[in-house]
Design a protein around this ligand. Structure first.
Ligand SMILES: *Cc1c(COP(=O)(O)O)cnc(C)c1O
Length: 211
C-alpha cells in the first residue's frame, strides 16, 4: 500500500520504479490513499509492464457504500485478468455514481484540500502535546505516544468519551494511535480531550499514565 496504512508514509515513485525493475513478477501498488498524497505512481505504468495500480472510490471520493475500485496497468496484464474474471460485472447504479464522481474532480479536490489542511493542524497540535507524528500522506495520522503514556489507556479513555481512534495491539505499533482526520470541530474535541488525559499533572490523569 503506497501511501501506506497504518503508517501514513509514502515510498517515492522513483523507489517503486527501482523495485519494479528488480521484481520477477507483477508489482501491485495499492493507491487507496493516493489523492491525499503529494505524488503517485500512475506514470510508472507506461514504463513498467509489471506494475498494477489499484484505486478505490471509498476514500477521497467518500463513496465507500458503492463498493467500487479499479486498476490501471498495461494491456497485457489486464488481458490476463480478464481471462480469470467472473462473468458478473459491477452493477449499473455503481457505474453511474462512479462516472459522475470521476467527472466531478472539483468536489473531490476540495474535500481533499480541506482534509490536508486539517491534517496539518492536527499533526502540529499533536506534536505540541508531545506526540511523535509520522509524516502523513493519507487521511489519517499515526501518532506515537510520549514516554510513560500508554496508547492503550488513551485509546480506552477516548472511547469511553465516545471518541474513536484506532489502537493496534501489535508489536512496534502498540505505543501508537491512528487518528482519522475528521472535521475541524471533531479534531478540536479530540485535542481538548487528549489535553485533559495527557496533562502533566499525574494525579489528575491517572488514566493515561502507566504506573
Ligand atoms: C480502504 C482501502 C482499500 C480499499 O477499500 P474498498 O472500500 O474495499 O475499496 C484498499 N487498500 C487500503 C490500504 C485501504 O485503506
Amino acid at each position: 500500500a503506497n501511501p501506506n496504512s497504518p503508517s501514513g508514509t509514502m515510498i517515492s515513485p522513483g523507489e517503486i520504479s527501482k523495485i519494479a525493475s528488480q521484481v520477477d513478477g507483477v508489482l501491485v501498488i495499492d493507491e487507496a490513499y493516493a489523492d491525499f498524497a503529494d505524488n503517485n505512481c500512475l506514470s510508472l505504468v507506461e514504463q513498467h509492464d509489471n506494475i498494477l495500480i489499484l484505486r478505490t472510490l471509498s476514500k477521497s471520493y467518500s463513496l465507500a457504500g458503492i463498493r467500487f475500485g479499479f486498476c490501471i496497468a498495461q494491456e497485457s496484464i489486464i488481458q490476463g485478468m480478464m481471462k480469470v474474471k467472473d462473468s458478473y460485472n459491477v452493477d449499473r447504479l455503481s457505474i453511474t455514481a462512479v462516472v459522475a464522481a470521476l467527472d466531478d474532480q472539483k468536489t473531490m479536490r476540495a474535500n481533499v484540500e480541506k482534509i490536508k489542511e486539517t491534517r496539518q493542524y492536527l499533526a502540529q497540535s499533536l506534536q505540541e502535546l508531545g506526540f511523535y507524528v509520522y509524516p502523513s500522506q493519507t487521511n489519517f495520522i499515526l501518532a506515537k505516544c510520549m514516554r510513560g503514556v500508554s496508547a492503550h489507556h488513551v485509546y480506552q479513555a477516548l472511547k469511553s468519551r465516545k471518541i474513536l481512534v484506532r489502537y493496534f495491539n501489535i508489536r512496534r505499533l502498540d505505543d501508537c494511535l491512528r487518528i482519522t482526520i475528521g472535521t475541524r470541530e471533531e479534531v478540536e474535541i479530540l485535542l481538548r480531550n487528549l489535553k485533559e488525559l495527557i496533562s502533566n499533572n499525574h494525579a489528575k490523569s491517572k488514566v493515561a499514565y502507566c504506573p
